[in-house]
Every structure is written in structure tokens, then in C-alpha cells.
Design a protein around this ligand. Structure first.
Ligand SMILES: [Mg+2]
Length: 211
């Protein structure tokens, strides 16, 4: 029996137009994540990652994020407007495991988002997905159980920009609306570099194999 990546067949499995567009969006982000030092030196190990391992690895990171959020929410300043930012693919949603549409929530991340929402923190999503899939993406997030206070997708000209710079600019935009971004959660280095968040939490991308 041959071992293959659980996400390897996702393009072939695309069953709807919206899902196909998401699949087109993914390589653009993956391509830009090869620039940092985290290139494919341990790619062989990543090939062994299965769904249970991915979930356990995500849970371990969210087990750190949740107590931080609890403490940070407890010391909200008067008048402070708090936001939390999530990447979508392989962060908020299970993009590359169990490919389907709508994509299910990545459960450990959903629990953090729910905690944030229930404690007055507005929930934002910043994704490299192109603007054409804004509506199905928002619908998917809501179907998966997320409260969506804001969704940033890439406009046409943004598609030609560096993903990290694009995502950083969206966080700056959220701040310009009066928010303090208390946490930024993503699975790629390009989700998290560039500041504009008090804390960052990095989920696994297994050397760029998960967009
Ligand atoms: Mg991602």
C-alpha cells in the first residue's frame, strides 16, 4: 500500500466551482512561503503526517493560545476594542485534510474563536484567497460555526503582492478601525510576520506543505 499525502488529491477531488477556486488560490500562498528559512529540509517527515497528528499538533498550539486569551481579555482597558485575526486555509478550516465543500472547521481553532467571540473580541479572517471567492468563503466560515466580524480577501492587484506584506497591511487596516489585535493565528510564516498583533500563534505547515 502506497503512502500518499492526505491532501495530494485535492485538486482532482474539487467538486464545485467555489472549491476549485480555493484550490487555485492555494499554490500562490505556498509559493511565497518557500522564501523564508523554513524550506523543505524535513519534507520527508511531513509526508508521514496524518489527520490525527495534525489535529494533535494544532491542539497543542491552541492549548497555549486559550489561556493567553483568558488573561488578556481579563485585563481589557476601558474602551479598548479587541480583535483576533485568523488565517483560513489549514488554520480556521480543514482545507487540506478531508477535502470537501463546505470545509469543516479546524476544531481546536474554532474553540479559540468561539471563546474570543463570547468574550467581546471581534473575529477577523485574513486570507490569501482571491476576492472572487469572498462570498463562498464567508458562507463556509459561517457554516463551519465561525462568527465573522470581518473577512479580508485579496483584491486583483493584491494577487501580485507578497503575501506577508498583503496580510500585514490588512492587520494595519483593522488597527486603523480602532482595534487592538490581541492575537494573530496562522499556519504559515507569511500569516504572522510583520507585527500588528500582540501575540502570534503558529500552527503547523510541515515545511510549507499546508497552505
Ligand atoms: Mg494557511
Amino acid at each position: 500500500m502506497t503512502r500518499r499525502h492526505p491532501w495530494a488529491g485535492r485538486t482532482a477531488a474539487a467538486a464545485s466551482a467555489a472549491a476549485a477556486l480555493v484550490a487555485i488560490a492555494a499554490p500562490a500562498e505556498a509559493a511565497t512561503t518557500t522564501a523564508p528559512a523554513t524550506t523543505a529540509t524535513t519534507a520527508a517527515a511531513a509526508a508521514d503526517v496524518d489527520y490525527a497528528t495534525w489535529q494533535r499538533d494544532c491542539r497543542a498550539v491552541m492549548d497555549q493560545a486559550l489561556p493567553y486569551l483568558e488573561q488578556r481579555v481579563d485585563r481589557t482597558s476601558p474602551g479598548e476594542k479587541q480583535a483576533i485575526v485568523f488565517d483560513i486555509d489549514n488554520t480556521a478550516l480543514e482545507t487540506d485534510f478531508g477535502f470537501s465543500f463546505p470545509q469543516p472547521a479546524n476544531q481546536p481553532v474554532l474553540e479559540v474563536a468561539e471563546y474570543a467571540h463570547e468574550h467581546g473580541v471581534d473575529v477577523f479572517f485574513v486570507t490569501a484567497r482571491p476576492g472572487i471567492v469572498h462570498a463562498p468563503t464567508e458562507w463556509n466560515l459561517e457554516q463551519a460555526g465561525y462568527e465573522v466580524d470581518g473577512l479580508y480577501v485579496r483584491g486583483f492587484l493584491d494577487l501580485f503582492k507578497d503575501v506577508a506584506a498583503y496580510k500585514t497591511a490588512q492587520r494595519a487596516d483593522i488597527e486603523s478601525r480602532g482595534y487592538t489585535i490581541i492575537a494573530n493565528i496562522g499556519n504559515s510564516a507569511t500569516d504572522l510576520s510583520g507585527g500588528h498583533a500582540e501575540q502570534t500563534y503558529k500552527l503547523p505547515d510541515y515545511d510549507g506543505q499546508l497552505s
